[in-house]
Design a protein around this ligand. Structure first.
Ligand code: G3I
Length: 385
């Protein structure tokens, strides 16, 4: 239960602890008046967004300016996924990722890499030999090592943290049967972390997944990360994606997961936060392979979001940020998956062409009521679990 209030003095001393995290260059914060979420929550955790070329190439000037004003950490929505950065066996394309990293460096941001080993957005050739036959374990390990060491090595010292393995768990907490798992076996996860650590020993390494607030999958993540730590693998944090609905998971479930992960001695990052208000069209998942519709009943707010729902979204975000603030020692960063509603992947998944409202900024880049509700949490008396 979250029920104890900390004194202002204790809150101030916790602030000192949090402020000492050497994650954002001092020049990015020195003397600036509070301007955005990064300033509002500076004493607690970093706040960021997943960004795409429209922001990091500054094609959309207003959108890029919003990112600079509000956030001190960025994640690449797509440009560091295997299919983009390494589309063919002997060809890496770093042009988009170079621009992403340069944007983060120009703006003094904590730059995240996403993602090295995933079963989605990875070309079919990765798992096959020249004859189209499945690779052997050793050959796939060699290919994985080459990819990780090439990509992590290129940005050594610049990308500060990597989602090394993404979405390796089933909903029941067992390991997902991906091509990585089938060909290499369960130790593909430890190997991926080992290769990443060799390539940049100073980089933070993360395990990242969705639906980690539900008990079975939470327990699976605890087992997985504990076994990695027991092998001496330096897992810095668990990334809880936080693709959430309006009422599920509950704030208490979110709180339980943060505490379960922190008890392992790792940090917790909220890595892909958004709240889907639209009718649920598939099972409760963020699995990108799911598809449904289209149907008008699945897209009820194409003409605008009713005020009642706008308020519910604000309250939901506020409840979540109360949990995050209460657990701020465990949390290094909160990253939204996208910048404004118009950018969100939830306009296209799992039903194409919907009008979704999952973020804090509207389609005109204005602050929604949810923005103010979130910012207000920073001014509340500190509550700890
Ligand atoms: O780049 C191609 C473009 O050339 C082509 O014309 C276009 C036609 O559809 O597709 C473009 O690729 C799309 C890509 O996003 C870039 O826009 C893919 O089809 C589309 O599937 C892909 O969706 C991404 C999805 O991951 C698939 O992996 C979403 O943008 C991205 O938000 C989403 O992010 C994932 C996280 O990485 C992991 N956790 C879940 C999260 C949400 O699904």
């Amino acid at each position: 239960m979250i029920n104890r209030h900390l004194s202002a003095a204790l809150a101030a001393s916790l602030c000192l602890v949090a402020c000492s995290r050497a994650t954002v260059p001092a020049s990015a914060s020195a003397g600036a008046a509070p301007q955005g979420l990064k300033d509002t929550f500076r004493s607690a955790f970093l706040v960021g967004a997943a960004i795409a070329p429209k922001q990091f190439e500054e094609q959309d000037v207003a959108n890029a300016a919003l990112v600079k004003r509000e956030f001190n950490t960025i994640s690449p929505e797509n440009v560091l996924k295997w299919v983009v950065v390494h589309p063919q066996p002997d060809h890496y394309d770093f042009a988009p990722a170079d621009k992403y990293v340069a944007f983060g460096e120009r703006n003094g941001m904590f730059i995240v890499g996403h993602t090295l080993v995933w079963h989605s957005q990875v070309p079919g050739w990765v798992f096959q030999d020249a004859q189209g036959q499945p690779l052997t374990r050793d050959a796939l390990l060699a290919r994985m090592k080459d990819h990780i060491q090439t990509v992590v090595g290129r940005y050594k010292g610049r990308i500060k943290g990597w989602d090394v393995v993404n979405e390796a768990l089933n909903e029941d907490g067992t390991l997902r049967q991906t091509p990585w798992m089938r060909i290499i076996g369960p130790d593909y996860i430890a190997k991926a972390f080992q290769f990443a650590h060799e390539a940049d020993p100073a980089a933070e390494l993360y395990y990242n997944d969705y639906n980690l607030d539900y008990a079975a999958k939470r327990n699976g993540a605890v087992r997985l990360v504990k076994s990695l730590l027991d092998q001496g693998i330096p897992v810095k944090a668990i990334g809880s994606q936080e693709h959430l609905k309006l009422t599920t998971p509950t704030a208490a479930e979110v709180d339980s997961s943060i505490r379960a992960f922190a008890a392992l001695g790792v940090k917790v990052n909220m890595t892909e936060l958004d709240i889907d208000l639209l009718p649920q069209a598939t099972r409760n998942s963020a699995d990108v392979s799911l598809r449904a519709g289209p149907a008008p009943s699945l897209n009820p707010y194409a003409a605008g979001l009713p005020d009642s729902l706008q308020r519910k979204l604000a309250r939901r975000y506020q409840d979540l940020f109360r949990v995050y603030m209460a657990n701020q020692e465990a949390i290094d960063r909160i990253t939204f998956w996208g910048v404004s509603d118009g950018d969100s992947w939830l306009n296209g998944w799992p039903v194409p062409g919907r009008t979704s409202y999952p973020l804090l900024f509207d389609r005109q880049l204005g602050k929604k009521p949810a923005y103010d509700a979130v910012a207000a949490v920073a001014k509340e008396p500190r509550v700890v679990p």
